[in-house]
Design a protein around this ligand. Structure first.
Ligand SMILES: Nc1ncnc2c1ncn2[C@@H]1O[C@H](COP(=O)(O)OP(=O)(O)O)[C@@H](O)[C@H]1O
Ligand SMILES: CC(=O)N[C@@H](CCC(=O)OP(=O)(O)O)C(=O)O
Length: 308
């Protein structure tokens, strides 16, 4: 009996001890986690995601969740017979579609994540960028083939007031944020804009002075030559990423632009990781087995430390 216990105890203890340097390093640090709509389709993954975020909170980190919901919005628009089109990676958002975006993000996706997190205690509080003027935006025009294109109620963030998020974090809560911003224009009767969730997460990470921005998606990371090869770039500097940006396609554009914005504005690392791998957040933060793509500021080029 004692021998059996020794055999099972040691590997478990080793795993816990392996986490010790990472626990020390990340204690008290803010981590902004973007949970993409595509990684959100599987029920088990959603539960594992919630467990990971609660684990981070109990391990002494300050996690903030910014969620997407692109596929869920498209499904609802489809159900209502409304057209769903993307230009330059952003959804063309009519006022009618904006109401659906708001309903799905704040009323459905955010509620579900808050519910899953709160199965572990009174932790998660949902809000959108409208609440306490967290995110303010002005109309954004897409650029398609060098042309400026009107894509409706899509916003470009002009200001972030992170006060309410900081207050929640100081109170030990986990803020769960939908990427909808208030309009900066007093004459704008409609009042709200649809913001890409990667962009919102990156802007918030910078405004909070977060240590890490972690973007969970449905691929392993940034592929070097997508879709021709599955070679993932494991680490790159801001300058290296900047060079790659013009050649990137669709969904990766707002993610990588967001990562660049984050590391150029005080965030220490921005990572794109595979949300299809259960507990990928824990692996990334607490083990040597960092996965996915990590973007670091230019000054860090000489750093030799591991991936977490
Ligand atoms: N260089 C690249 N590396 C990886 N994925 C890429 C690349 N270029 C484009 N993609 C596409 O971007 C998608 C991820 O973006 P998106 O669909 O918006 O996900 P999410 O819902 O997680 O925000 C991938 O599934 C892939 O199809
Ligand atoms: C302007 C714009 O495109 N907004 C996005 C907001 C949701 C989002 O970004 O969701 P994912 O992270 O799952 O892609 C949209 O309407 O789909």
């Amino acid at each position: 009996m004692t021998t059996t216990r020794k055999h099972t105890a040691l590997p478990k203890a080793r795993t816990l001890i392996e986490a010790l340097p990472w626990l020390t390093r990340h204690h008290g640090k803010t981590v902004v986690i973007k949970f993409g709509g595509n990684a959100m389709i599987d029920e088990e993954l959603k539960r594992a995601f919630a467990q990971d975020v609660v684990f981070l909170r109990h391990a002494g980190l300050r996690p903030v969740v910014v969620h997407g919901g692109g596929p869920q919005i498209s499904a609802q628009l489809d159900l209502l017979g409304l057209e769903s089109e993307f230009k330059g990676g952003l959804r063309v958002t009519t006022p009618e579609a904006m109401n659906v975006v708001r309903m799905v993000l704040a009323g459905q996706v955010q509620r579900e994540l808050v519910g899953l997190l709160n199965e572990h205690g009174p932790l998660a509080v949902g809000m959108t960028g409208e609440d306490a003027q967290l995110m303010t935006a002005t109309k954004h025009f897409a650029e398609v083939d060098g042309e400026r294109v009107d894509i409706g109620r899509v916003g470009e963030i002009t200001a972030i007031d992170p006060g309410a998020v900081e207050a929640l974090l100081d109170d030990g809560r986990i803020p769960v944020i939908s990427s909808i911003a208030r309009s900066s224009d007093d004459g704008d009767d409609f009042g709200v804009f649809n913001v890409n969730a990667d962009t919102a997460a990156a802007a918030l990470a910078a405004a909070l002075g977060a240590e890490t921005l972690m973007v969970l998606t449905d691929v392993e990371g940034l592929y070097e030559d997508w879709p021709n090869s599955d070679e993932v770039i494991s680490r790159l500097t801001a300058a290296e990423l900047e060079k790659l940006l013009p050649d990137l396609a669709s969904g990766m554009v707002p993610k990588m632009r967001g990562c660049l914005h984050a590391v150029r504005n005080g965030v220490h690392t921005a990572r794109v990781i595979d949300g299809r791998v259960q507990h990928s957040i824990l692996l990334e933060i607490f083990t040597d087995e960092g996965i996915g793509t990590m973007v670091v500021p230019d000054a860090d080029t000489e750093t030799t430390e591991g991936t977490a």
